[in-house]
Design a protein around this ligand. Sequence first.
Ligand code: 2M8
Length: 450
Amino acid sequence: MTDDGDAAAPPHRTPSQLLEAARVVLDANWLGASTKPSPTLYPHQWNWDSGFIALGLATYRPERALREMQTLFDAQWLNGMVPHIVFNEAGLGKYFPGPDFWQVTRSPHAPVHGLTSGITQPAVHGFVLQMLLARGVNADAIRALVTQVMALHRYLYRERDPDAQGLVYIRHPWESGNDNAPTWDGPLGRIDPSVLVIPPYTRQDLRHVDDPRERPSDRDYDRYVHLVDVARSAGYDEARTRETIPFQVIDPAFNAVLAWSSEALVELCTHFGMDAGEPREWVAAAHRGLETTLWNESLGRYDAIDRVAGERIPMVAISSLIPLVTGAPSPAHTQRIVDTLRSPDFSGTASDPLRAYPSCARSAPTYDPQLYWRGPTWMNTSWMLWHGLRRHGHSAEAARLFDEMIDMVQVHGFHEYFHPSVNLPASQRGGFGTGGFSWTAALLLDLLTP
Ligand code: 2M8
């Protein structure tokens, strides 16, 4: 059984019932100083989840929205990295890998309590703070957080962009947030199982989903664990890790989120009378990197780059289209992206429509509508594309996407991810992973609250 709360179960017939149910989800997952992504599968604080969650909280509990962000940044490392998980003591032992596995105090930069992971996640915080400010969250507190977000962006450009090309790399699939996207298959597949150093471990995640086929495979997990082991063996020193870690990928979505947040930092710094010169440089470099290095003219989307192999990765994942959310794409590139979004791969056909864009192209051999980041629709990627469509003037497509996102939750409830097909047989489940999922609820609140 998934861990969906009864009060949040579908169907929610009216917008006000839907809003109330979304608040029930977020309130149930509140831990006192932050919000867990779901009741049992994810019992700690996750980095980019908290950004999306804060946007939902800001619509009805602005003081909690602020606390959410402050708690996350209280765990910021001395080198500026914001960890992908901040462990909540009450949840210890319920999620793998926990702090005893990460052993982050091997790094002189980690918080002394050691209750964090040793990787990061997409840097949503800049644009989140800008949106919180617009929702009336305390401006002085936001100004203080802006300084911390600046330190995070400095870390990313200093440690993850060694070639100074305005594009940062990730060193673990979990850093992308799109954990088992087919984009990583090549780089992960290169890791030779016969030489893997895999410390013993027990997965906990499979206990909380209806069907283990909705989660990454054991083979994937072995590689995830191996990559953690490589970084911790290097004491989380970025330069040393770079010499040995076999997974280093430049992901268009990670870089787009960073660019969008840098754009927001320019606005925030200007608003608060702070120097906006540095974020302005980040924006220019990121736009250049996306448009000149990652853009693939023949496919009309952005490629990822495998730094270790020195190769481009042919993209079928939604992350190749997420740069639409930034100011980078030219009008011609924007049109190509929108054409791809409207194509059968991401919108289906008149007789077999897809809702709110799946996480991977339907014609890809790896497409699986039920498997985590390899086909299902996710609320956060749809929400980012909605912003991108509006920003670049595609309001009709944005309006259609808006309706589809609401419809998806109305029909299936507050799930983690969703079957993209609209015409599902009545016997077929449409909501997957965990129920009671915080960012689905939070982004719905954000969408429905003007
Ligand atoms: C998923 O990732 C975690 C590892 O970080 C997991 O599968 O255990 C991803 O969907 C990620 O994007 C998300 O932040 C996290 C918590 O919702 O779950």
